[in-house]
Design a protein around this ligand. Structure first.
Ligand SMILES: Nc1nc2c(ncn2[C@@H]2O[C@H](COP(=O)(O)OP(=O)(O)OP(=O)(O)O)[C@@H](O)[C@H]2O)c(=O)[nH]1
Length: 200
């Protein structure tokens, strides 16, 4: 019987980052649509799995939802290690969360170097009346960092899929060539057939 599995399956680690209450968990829940989250209660770190297919390749996204509170900062950044992509979030109604993007960027680049993909999200764009950070400011900051930018709403489901798709497609296009040569060293794991990472 001809197998129906795609030829390749790659594991991609993504991390949600940004200040407390900007909406990281809400964005992730909206994207993954998973009512039964995996939760490591003792350390307060949550992750979810979502599988997407690009071309003939399955990508198993392991998305870590870190805590934005200052007291968890050291713990949160410890989960940055080995990530290929970051969803960096601020709240358009909270200017501090926008100012702190600079520090989150430094944390990411300091730990993971330049070889990561990052997407910047200005979340809660459904709250136009309470807006403090203009869309232009968000666009300008993202342009300075050379990363994609979206204004999103986890509440009304604006641009959530688009933001993740952009991030994942960029990772896929850049890593696809590397993976053949370096495999695990770029933390993209390929497997085939019955024990594939995507056949869970
Ligand atoms: N109006 C509106 N509210 C949102 C949106 N996203 C999240 N919220 C609300 O903002 C609050 C914080 O959301 P969370 O998803 O818990 O934020 P977080 O970034 O995960 O917070 P930490 O876990 O403390 O880091 C909750 O009350 C959400 O319902 C959005 O797009 N629009």
């Amino acid at each position: 019987m001809a197998h129906s599995y795609p030829l390749k399956c790659l594991l991609v680690k993504l991390v949600m980052a940004g200040d407390s209450s900007v909406g990281k968990t809400s964005i992730l829940r909206r994207y993954v649509d998973d009512p039964d989250p995996s939760f490591i209660a003792t350390i307060g770190i949550d992750f979810k799995i979502k599988t997407v297919t690009i071309d003939e390749t399955m990508l198993k996204l392991q998305i870590w939802d870190t805590a934005g509170q200052e007291r968890f900062h050291t713990l949160s950044v410890s989960y940055f290690r080995g990530a290929q992509g970051f969803v960096l979030v601020y709240d358009i109604t909270n200017s501090d969360s926008f100012k702190n993007i600079e520090y989150w960027m430094k944390d990411i680049l300091k730990r993971e170097g330049e070889d990561v993909e990052i997407v910047l999200l200005g979340n809660k764009c459904d709250k136009e009346d309470a807006r403090i950070v203009s869309k232009e400011k968000g666009e300008k900051l993202a342009w300075e960092y050379g990363i994609p930018f979206f204004e999103t709403s986890a509440k009304t489901n604006i641009n959530i899929d688009q933001a993740f798709s952009t991030l994942v497609e960029t990772i896929y296009s850049k890593k696809a060539s590397l993976q053949l040569a370096t495999d695990d060293t770029v933390n993209l794991r390929e497997s085939k057939g019955k024990d594939s990472c995507c056949n869970t």
